[in-house]
Ligand binder design. Structure first.
Ligand code: GS8
Length: 221
């Protein structure tokens, strides 16, 4: 890719989906202009133009052309900047597995993780169990490797790392210890944080917690 490429990321600081893209760009050492959307106060005309279907961040705009949906964007980044730090496995089966588990995170982990601070009573209890059961399944995918990507940090690590910066928030709202339930997952998160591009890109857990508390107060939960 030419150095003159124009790369813009439409983003929203606390978004797990936006963080994935920030991580992938940082892993590849790609410079870009981040544009923060104020999702609480309406959407910019640029966002509506670049993602008219879903009207959601993140959107990567590469030389004027939009790419939407975080996992698709991470895969795109991996293909475009393929000479640096490969993220998806080259083996077709391994690649399909990495995408399967990333899809599992979006369909099965993300929805119940949000319920930890939005649901009450029996629904809240059910979401705690679902969340822990599901992250345990994910933990099993680490097998005895240091990363989901095997010996090096890859696509699935990037798909789940934004959730690691919410572990503190999940524990506070769920009143459980992720380390007690999933020690390998916590060790994985700490290992990933030793990578400079990860620790630089992930928001501080307390900051994430404060933002969630602010959100719950604002919407009256
Ligand atoms: C989800 C993006 C999303 O939900 C992806 O990129 O992977 N499947 C998509 N973005 C949210 C912000 S993060 O909670 C968003 O833009 N919401 C605005 C809205 O729903 O109107």
């Amino acid at each position: 890719m030419a150095n003159s490429d124009q790369i813009v990321l439409l983003d929203f600081f606390p978004s797990v989906f936006g963080i994935r893209v920030r991580l992938a760009l940082a892993a590849k050492g790609v410079e870009y202009e981040g544009k923060e959307e104020d999702l609480t106060g309406g959407k910019s005309s640029l966002l509506l133009k670049m993602n008219p279907v879903h009207k959601k961040i993140p959107v990567l705009i590469h030389n004027g052309k939009p790419i939407c949906e975080s996992l698709i964007i991470v895969e795109y980044i991996d293909e475009v900047w393929k000479d640096r730090c490969p993220l998806l496995p080259s083996d077709p089966y391994q690649k399909a597995q990495a995408k399967f588990w990333a899809d599992f995170i979006d369909k099965m982990v993300y929805p119940c993780s949000k319920k930890l601070w939005t649901a009450k009573g029996a629904e809240h209890e059910a979401s705690k169990k679902e969340f822990l059961d599901r992250i345990k399944l994910l933990e099993g995918e680490l097998k005895s490797y240091p990363y989901f990507g095997g010996e090096s940090l890859g696509f699935l690590d990037i798909a789940f790392l934004p959730f690691y910066s919410r572990f503190y928030t999940f524990e506070a709202f769920g009143n459980f210890s992720i380390e007690a339930e999933c020690p390998k997952l916590v060790a994985w998160g700490k290992r990933c944080m030793e990578e400079e591009f990860v620790s630089r890109s992930l928001p501080h857990p307390h900051k994430m917690y404060d933002l969630v508390v602010e959100f719950t107060k604002k919407v009256g939960i």
